[in-house]
Structure formats: structure tokens, C-alpha cells
Design a protein around this ligand. Sequence first.
Ligand code: NCD
Ligand code: ZN
Length: 350
Amino acid sequence: MNIIKNEKITIRRPDDFHVHLRDKKILKKVLPYTSSIYGRAIIMPNLTPPITNIEESHKYRKRIMRALPSNHHFIPLMTCYLTDNTNPREIENGFLNNFFFAAKLYFKNSTNYTKNGVSNIFAISKTLEVMQKIGMPLLIHGEITDNDTDIFDREVKFIDIILEPLIKNYPELKIVFEHISTKIAVDYVIESNDFLAATVTPHHLFFNRNSLLNEKFLPYLFCLPILKEKKDQKALKKAVTSGNKKFFLGTDTAPHFYFCNKVCQIIKPGIFNAPSSILAYLKVFEEMNALKFFEKFSSENGANFYNLPLNKEKITFIHKPKRIDKIIKIEKKVSFPFLAGEVMNWSVIL
Ligand code: NCD
Ligand code: ZN
């Protein structure tokens, strides 16, 4: 990384290893925010219906490529949504023939569009065996969702009940613990072997549950995993800015567009952060005096974990204020991007 006269920062083009692009008109609207910044992105398969086989994944990839602005160089890395009925052979074929980059594990009803998710980890044991054998990464939304578990305890319970036994049974399965939100998860990842890594979102670095719930409720900060305590936020900031190779960039940008006549009655979890994500991460690294590790987190650790070549292209930031859009519209519907209306210290030179 070069910092020229403290005014410009140049790093390798980053990758976003956790992105929801949705489909159709929303896909067309949101994709350029990601593809203008990031060289590659792992595309989440939780569409309706979900992407559960090679054919649907291939068609979705084509729709993404058609929606891509012609001057953007961007590679979507496709994932397969696991269900109780996943066929291990489909997973193996998809991975070995480069249709699937990874498989995504959502437990049933753990978050949006997961009613077809896995009901019991044993239902996919054959698939997990195959994935371990062929070196295919398993991406996990790490939350337990039984009715008795408090929403703030879901991630920690997931570690005890699912992750720990999973790692014991499949010690060489490559696992990404997605969008971690607690200090306990940070410590667990640091202490585990090199087959486990984690993504961290900008919103979990910027905010804690007081930001969401204190004084006034801010629905546009509602996401899953839900924001946790200040001590958790602190641990996440420390981990990502430490240079540790097990933590890398995955924004979990999850756009939701609402038509709100006076009031939106149901707010789904998910934060649309693609318009501000890279500047938000940069701000965290600057505040933590860790700019020297910004490139590792954004452009190297993830690619290395996934055995991808590092991007050759570069991206430059200039120390010049940039205001994030207040609102993003699609037809009559609106979305509020993460940090809407806030001024960031740096801008991207596009
Ligand atoms: C995501 C979405 O809207 O698809 N929402 C979220 O709060 N993160 C799903 C997910 O990744 O949990
Ligand atoms: Zn997600």
C-alpha cells in the first residue's frame, strides 16, 4: 500500500466476500455499487426460490453479467444454497466444474428467505464429507434459531452447539464464519485452526446495540446477526485491524426496498451498505491507526483463504470529503443506504 503525501491511498482492488444482489430490477440497481469498487464478490443464493442447483446458479450468473455496466471488471463467485435435500453429487459437480465457488448454510428460518434452509446439520453430513474431500468452502450464517434462544445469544450458542462439533467431525473442511458479531466469536476464530476464517461487516464495526435501540429505534440498523454490545464491537475492530489473516472483508450488503405510506410496518433485517462499505471500512482503519493493514483485510486475506490470485488492478482513495446518498430509489420504493447522508473523510477515485 502507498500513502502519497498523506493525501492518497492506493491498494489492490478489494473483494467483497459476502454480497446479496437480489434479482431483476433490484439487481440492476444495486450491482454497480458493488462492481464499481470490488473486483470479485461472493454472491449469496437466498433468492426466492433459492439457488439450489447448477442450472439455476448458471442462469443467475448470466443475469448478473447482463446487469453489469460494460466498463466494470467484476467476477461474481456463485454459491449453492444447502437444503435437507441437497444432492452431494450436484455439489461436487458444481464445484469441480466451476459453477459453484462455495456452498452456503442457512439454518431454516434463521434470516430472510431461509424457509428452505437446513433443519438439522445431520441432514447434510454426506455433502459436508464431499466438500471436505474436494476442498469446497462452507459459508455459514452462524446463528441458532430455536424459539427458546434469545436473539442476542444466537451466535454464541451456535459456536457451542454446531460449530465446535462440526470442526471436530470435519477438521479439514474450509469454513467461513460469516458476519461475526461477538467477542466470543472473534476469540474462537483466532484460536481455531487455519481451516476456519471469518468475515466482518462495516455495520458491526461501526455500531453496537445501543446505536440501534437507545433513545430511538433506528430500523435501518436492524440486521442479522443483530448488533451486540460495545465490548463486542471493540473486539471486532481490534481483530480486523490487527492484520490477522483469518479476518477479511464481507459486507453482507443486503438491500431492501420499501414502499412506505406514512410508516413501514414490517422491517426486514438487512443493511444496504454497498454505497458506503469501502469508505466505512477505511474510516475504521484510520481511526484505529491501522491503515497499514487495510489492504490485507480488504484485498489479500480473503483471496488467500480462498486460494484466489490477488487482484492486479488498483484502487485509489483521496482525502476529500464524500457524502453518502441519503436515499436510493427504485421505482416508487426506497432504500436507505448505510451511513445515509453522512460525510466520509475519503473518496474513491473512479
Ligand atoms: C440478509 C438478507 O436480507 O438477505 N439479511 C441480514 O440481515 N443480513 C440475510 C443474511 O445474510 O442474514
Ligand atoms: Zn448475508
